[in-house]
Design a protein around this ligand. Structure first.
Ligand SMILES: NC(=O)c1ccc[n+]([C@@H]2O[C@H](COP(=O)([O-])OP(=O)(O)OC[C@H]3O[C@@H](n4cnc5c(N)ncnc54)[C@H](OP(=O)(O)O)[C@@H]3O)[C@@H](O)[C@H]2O)c1
Length: 330
């Protein structure tokens, strides 16, 4: 198999699997550096025979990371977590792991390093997640000055954890809650603002960064074409799931109290740190270039989200649409 070699850390995740498919389509040889090669096996058919391989990797080990990047022309780091558990801390993954990957990529002679951070990365943020993302960016720049940093807003796509979470909630709850600092019906009472970006656009930007010279050493903010407040997002969920849920604005204090308990679930639905992130929202600052720098026109929420939120519609609605000839018979 010919073609340049790229090592992808976090390639088995939501964004990673799109990135791997885009890279394979462009002829890259892809080496997945993953904890569990069996679990990443589903990605092999995304490429030709031998185009996609997987190596077991521990990102807390210098030797393991060095072995994963050996001979790679480019390296992409998509490793990230939304909550901490035991040794799996923000510091260990977002900062120390990112530094280790960057240093190993440099030592291996990789020409490109793409590091995926997050919009809102800020050393002075009230959120520990956002502070760790800023520290990770600094660590990456220190070890690999020509690295490209990409900061996506909240990412949407058929397997996202944002619209799908609200879609699932709409299926079982008569109420869709959001949190606001002011009276819900007052101007600005729609809660924090978000600028969701399509996963396919993020993947395309990553492939653009790894393939071109122009993006080295630069930081990009990846966001969608439109800003929504939380109330508007829930209205989209209500409409596309054909539900009539009440949309209620609540004070952040309620979110915080819930998060204090929910953080202890095996997979926490909400943590106090995530409440801080929610409060900040996720909108591009405009101080960094965005998708347009990669020649990408951002895909609207309205074009993609309906295609997967329909799975949360009431069964009888789907039957009605089918019988009206709008959907093929099951
Ligand atoms: N999705 C969003 O809305 C969004 C928004 C802004 C920024 N980001 C950032 O984009 C990156 C990718 O996000 P995503 O949504 O694709 O996340 P994801 O689906 O949770 O994937 C995260 C990846 O990190 C890997 N990982 C987690 N813990 C690890 C560990 N201890 N050692 C090695 N690998 C580990 C996971 O591997 P396993 O499969 O082995 O668990 C997975 O491949 C993250 O850095 C995230 O912070 C995402």
């Amino acid at each position: 198999m010919t073609g340049k070699l790229v090592t992808v850390f976090g390639g088995s995740g939501f964004i990673g699997r799109h990135v791997v498919r885009h890279l394979a389509a462009r002829g890259w040889r892809v080496r997945l550096a993953v904890r569990d090669i069996e679990q990443a096996g589903f990605l092999r058919p995304a490429g030709n025979l031998g185009q996609i391989s997987a190596v077991p990797t521990t990102i807390t080990s210098d030797a393991s990371v060095a072995a994963a990047v050996k001979g790679a022309d480019a390296v992409i780091n998509l490793v990230g977590v939304l909550y901490e558990r035991g040794k799996r801390t923000f510091q260990a993954l977002h900062v120390d792991g990112a530094r280790r990957i960057a240093a190993a990529a440099k030592a291996a002679g990789a020409t490109h390093l793409i590091h995926v951070s997050a919009l809102g990365a800020d050393a002075a943020s009230p959120s520990k997640y956002a502070r760790s993302k800023a520290a990770g960016e600094a660590a990456v720049h220190g070890a690999f000055p020509g690295a490209t940093i990409l900061r996506p807003s909240v990412v949407f796509g058929s397997e996202d954890r944002f619209f799908n979470m609200f879609g699932a909630m709409a299926q079982i709850s008569p109420v869709l809650p959001y949190f606001t600092n002011t009276v819900p019906h007052a101007p600005g009472g729609g809660g924090s603002k978000f600028q969701p970006v399509y996963v396919g656009d993020v993947a395309e930007a990553i492939v653009g960064a790894v393939s071109g010279e122009a993006h080295a050493g630069r930081t990009y903010e990846l966001s969608g074409p439109k800003v929504y407040d939380m109330k508007e997002i829930l209205q989209i969920v209500n409409r596309e799931t054909m539900r009539k849920c009440q949309i209620w604005g609540m004070p952040y204090l309620i979110a915080h109290i819930n998060a204090v308990f929910l953080q202890f679930l095996p997979t926490p639905l909400l943590t106090p740190d995530q409440v801080k992130l929610l409060k900040l929202g996720s909108v591009a600052s405009g101080r960094a270039p965005g998708l347009e720098a990669f020649g990408i026109t951002p895909t609207p929420v309205e074009l993609i989200v309906p295609t997967y939120l329909k799975r949360f519609r009431p069964v009888q609605q789907t039957k009605k649409i089918r019988s009206a000839g709008k959907l093929p018979a099951a």
